[in-house]
Write a protein of this length. Sequence first.
Length: 334
Amino acid sequence: MKIIPFLILFCSLQARATVCENRGPNVILFTWDGVRGQEFFRGTGAFHALELKKEERGEIFSTFWKKHAGEGMVLGGGNRYKIGSRTAVSLPSYQALTLGKATACTKNKDCPPIQEESVLETIQRSLHLQKKDVAVFASWNRIQDAAAKNLELITNGVYPNRVLDETMSEDMLKLQEEGLKDLPEWNGSRKDHYTFELGLGYLKKNCPRLLWISLVDSDEYGHEGKYPEYVRSLRQYDQYLDRLLKALASMGDYGKQTTLIVTTDHSRGAGPLWRGHGVTKNTEKNIFLFATGRGVKPIGRVDDRGLSLQVRPTLEYLMGLSPSGQPLPNILVE
Ligand SMILES: [Zn+2]
């Protein structure tokens, strides 16, 4: 009678692993708004020490540096990796990211929606992908003006839009409604908790070819001058990244054929100017990028230089299209 426990074990393992029809290649873009290199590379530092309890000081992205950094490539530090928009402001930077070139606007309020195809749309059109294959879940409502010029063609999970089709489970639909009621203290966004869980749920349920999860709590706490909350949101991002990578590791061939890219849209001012950005533009353009998974050399921190404008051609290259510019270094598909 040994076969029965074996069968039970087998079935429970089967139930836990997501089986994806789609085997890839796939790309996930995970962006955190307004995160400084200071906190990403070094931790909390001396300037803010008195605002934090002892146990809150020090390294922030601990799980990342311990478990994941060496499995991929980390660009940045000093001015080695920079944003390609004219100013260190969110919407111009996200538009530069999805278009592969800078748009004319320099302030969020002056930025019209993108007028040309985003990289998500180009990949979708070129590979004849379905609506459910390309998805964006974002906390900040203005991400809609960078994600696509025609949002109806992709799964639009940008706050406050509701996704109401078969790509959503009962639990996800419930979470989506809760996120529209349980709003943060700032305008124009939902809390990152909801955005992340919706994005992760979407990944597991639908195995998308392209997924962008865009978080914003970090930038909002920064503007409010709440350093402990800013740091807490970053430690939460560290955990989210770990969960995302765990999910991919449990997804068989789909996970193996997926590249994950993590980055931010701009840095922030130094010392007493840390709350804002777009002021001392030379340093606030210095950001970081982590890539891991399919096609990425597992070499950890590198000294290579790069620009956020290279993300678009990198996505095109990874998805098998001819890139519209120079892809990021240390990425090579066999
Ligand atoms: Zn901001």
